[in-house]
Design a protein around this ligand. Structure first.
Ligand SMILES: [Zn+2]
Length: 70
């Protein structure tokens, strides 16, 4: 049996994927410290998960870890 993808099926497929992608959802509160994330930051960083403080801490930690590994 041939597998036919109609345009309408395609649309629902893509909208479902977009909804199930957690990284694209900007958080109102930081997932780490629960601080409010300013709306400007949520607009600027799509799928933002952390407040500015935690984001900076994460980036410092990442650099530190990669330095230790190298
Ligand atoms: Zn935070």
């Amino acid at each position: 049996m041939a597998h036919i993808i109609r345009p309408s099926d395609n649309n629902s497929y893509f909208s479902c994927r977009a909804l199930s992608r957690p990284s694209a959802v900007s958080r109102v509160r930081c997932v780490r410290c629960n601080a409010r994330i300013p709306p400007a930051r949520r607009r600027a960083v799509q799928g933002v998960q952390y407040c500015v403080t935690c984001q900076e801490t994460n980036e410092r930690k990442d650099r530190h870890d990669s330095m230790r590994k190298a």
